[in-house]
Write a protein that binds this ligand. Sequence first.
Ligand code: AMP
Ligand code: GLY
Length: 411
Amino acid sequence: MNVLVIGKGGREHALVQKLADSLRVDTLYAAPGNAGMKEATCVDISENDIDALVQFAEQHDIGMTIVGPEAPLAAGIADRFQEAGLPVFAPTKAAALLEGSKSFAKAFMQRHDVPTAAYATFSDPKTAKAYIEEQGAPIVVKADGLAGGKGVVVAETTAEAIQAIDDMLIGKTFSEAGSTVVVEAYMAGKECSLMAFVNGSNVYPMITARDHKRAYDQDKGPNTGGMGCYAPVPDMTESILDFACEHILQKTADGLVAEGRPFTGILYAGLMLTTEGPKVIEFNTRFGDPETQVVLPLLENDLLQVLEDVLAGIDPQLTWEARSCAGIVVAAEGYPAAYEKGMALPEFAGDTYTVMAGVAEEEGRLVANGGRVMLVGAKGQTVKDAAEMVYKALNTTGKLEGYFYRKDIGV
Ligand code: AMP
Ligand code: GLY
């Protein structure tokens, strides 16, 4: 079967790497892909050019399409593929609203009794500010729509929260995405990402992962797309996991069916492990990045078979390697602000794997071309073993001129 992966980052390279192991895949395409995806044929079509993607899939006899990023999902790519009779593992526009609108997601969780922080929704700055004054800090302000992971302000003071209201509702920093805001109670705890393959009410959870979103060690510095990750999360106990699967993932899938917007694809719950149990921070309606880069290497099944089974209503019988995986992002100096480009790519010795993200080809060699350039990962008996293997490889490479990475993930 010919398979198409849509997107260009590390998440999509991890999907490509996993699908390349499948004996059932004939030609593997990535659109637009990146120059580091040696396992796939990259096609120069933007992830947002839905017309061209449908046409490509029709012309190249694509039997399965997997969509990485959120923007095409919110724009209805799955609906368009379905209308054209093309198999696609992705939620419809109606189901993708769970990620595309935080106010929709919060109201949905309230309707279905899915544990999450108390909240209120505003488009008027005055009432939003009065609510913040009344609630006090810490408090969290979120742009309603898609803001590339940047639309959340965790405010330690009411002044900071009020500034966020001014920025979003008056300054329009996130344009339409921020014309409505969700103001939410602060939750203390450790975070955990839980993803599942979902089709209607059938939910098949993956192992858990923990992303590290801040740029620098000890969770300091600005938020990023994710600086490193490990899986499974050692402090996620069996009983918390069972609770989360039943009261968060299953309830959400059932609720979406009941509301006439059944979900097909990857449902991702960002969880806060609070003293009152796991609560939802956010839903994504796609594979997490970088979570996918440490979760898929531990999946023992053929990924294409899993996707086909789930679409056909068959239990894919997921099995996972009884090891752990850690991945550290090597980023360009300056990221997430302005950063350098064009540096040669470092190579790593030892028992590690690399997933390419912000790379391009120049004169026949790969060079850095994005903020998060690549992820270096390893498997070990424990998260700590795996992370130490990655750090050993990173340290023995010598000084990584023009790059930086976090030194405290998983160790
Ligand atoms: P989100 O884009 O909704 O995942 O939020 C980005 C990050 O903000 C999360 O990964 C958390 O670290 C933090 N965050 C979001 N909502 C809350 C909350 N209610 N309480 C504490 N931290 C939060
Ligand atoms: N790792 C967070 C995300 O994929 O949105």
